[in-house]
Ligand binder design. Structure first.
Ligand code: ADP
Ligand code: MG
Length: 342
């Protein structure tokens, strides 16, 4: 056996990047989550060549202090949790302090920020080298993260990228998922220099429904009912499509736990059961649903991408989802369906 040696920070980051940064869309997910955690109300997103050439996210959030800029690019550096107790009840989307370090180990990254809109600073990192010094840079209050030449120093990963169109589609999916859960945030998406989406912040239900229609298509909204059910610390709200609007694929299913998009067997099972009597075999329901519960009763630290969660009390979550949806679907009588269609 060879001698045991500590990995260099650069190599450790590149290994970690394998988990977090699979493709351009995963970078976008991390950047959007950071902006949202920073309290931003509008995000400007620029994508060029499927994200491989450029991904830029500008937000109007709280910004980063000059001293913190190099730290933000370091591994295991986060402003979101300080102790184990914080992890138990984490309410931000991020907390692992890995994303920026991982991204900057496989791309050229520039982080520019201002906490007051007067003085701004920039820090850069390119694959191996992190610039130690920050330099002054004009920036309105908020942060811009610019990621160029993804995987420029890891050709093996670059080979796994698909066509520009495929990567762009995946990016669009991520943006849509985030946009659906953050009604209070406006989004501007520019692809190869052209504005492709412009979603204004939505507060009233009618504005939210407009956003859902923009993201999921008008047909979904026309065939969906709004629900909002609360029971013993659990709240389920959102829109569920009528059984008549079923899909041949499970491609219009958005489920969020405390604002985080997740995929979960227990959740899928509960929803499928609720639709069981009213859906033809082989058809899939369509929904945009938000489950809200005490952050302490759900563990989000299951996987680096945080797509999975663990509920403390599986039974009651399953029960609540099933009953709420079953009831809501049973209440939709033919007359309601007509009025929803019109
Ligand atoms: P995490 O989000 O898990 O904390 P990241 O590597 O994504 O880890 O970010 C590291 C830190 O950089 C964050 O904790 C936050 O303090 C800061 N940061 C990153 N992006 C932004 C942003 N858009 N606005 C303000 N602060 C940010
Ligand atoms: Mg983050």
């Amino acid at each position: 056996m060879a001698k045991i040696r500590l990995l260099s920070p650069r190599l450790a980051n590149q290994i970690a990047a394998g988990e977090v940064v699979e493709r351009p869309a995963s970078v976008i997910k991390e950047l959007l989550e950071n902006s949202i955690d920073a309290g931003a109300t509008h995000l400007h997103i620029d994508i060029e060549q499927g994200g491989v050439k450029l991904m830029r996210v500008r937000d109007n959030g709280c910004g980063i202090e000059q001293d913190d800029l190099p730290l933000a690019l370091s591994r295991h550096a986060t402003s979101k949790i300080y102790q184990l107790d914080d992890l138990e009840a984490v309410s931000t989307l991020g907390f692992r302090g890995e994303a920026l370090a991982s991204i900057s180990s496989v791309a050229r990254l520039a982080l520019t920020s201002s906490t007051d809109g007067n003085v701004g600073w920039q820090a850069k990192a390119e694959g191996r080298d992190m610039q130690a010094e920050t330099s002054p840079a004009a920036h309105p209050q908020g942060t811009t993260v610019e990621v160029r030449d993804l995987f420029f120093n890891t050709p093996a990963r670059r080979k796994f990228l698909r066509t520009e169109k495929t990567e762009q589609n995946r990016i669009d999916d991520v943006i849509k998922r985030v946009a659906l859960s953050q009604f209070g945030v406006g989004f501007t998406l520019r692809t190869n220099g052209r504005v492709v989406h412009q979603w204004r912040p939505a507060t009233a239900q009618i504005e939210q429904e407009r956003r859902v229609a923009q993201v999921c298509g008008p047909a979904f909204m026309e065939n969906a009912v709004h629900i909002d059910i609360e029971r013993t610390g659990l709240r389920l709200w959102g829109w569920v499509a009528l059984p008549t609007f079923s899909r041949s694929q499970a491609d219009l299913q958005h489920f969020y736990v405390n604002g985080r998009a997740i995929r979960d067997k227990l959740v899928s099972h509960a929803i499928r059961q609720a639709y069981q009597d009213v859906l033809y075999h082989g058809r899939h329901p369509a929904f945009v649903l938000f489950l809200e519960l005490d952050p302490a009763s759900v563990d989000v630290n299951v996987h680096p991408t945080k797509h999975e969660v663990r509920f403390r009390d599986n039974r009651s979550v399953h029960d609540f989802l099933f009953k709420s949806l079953h009831h809501a679907l049973a209440e939709v009588r033919p007359a309601d369906q007509l009025s929803v269609h019109s």
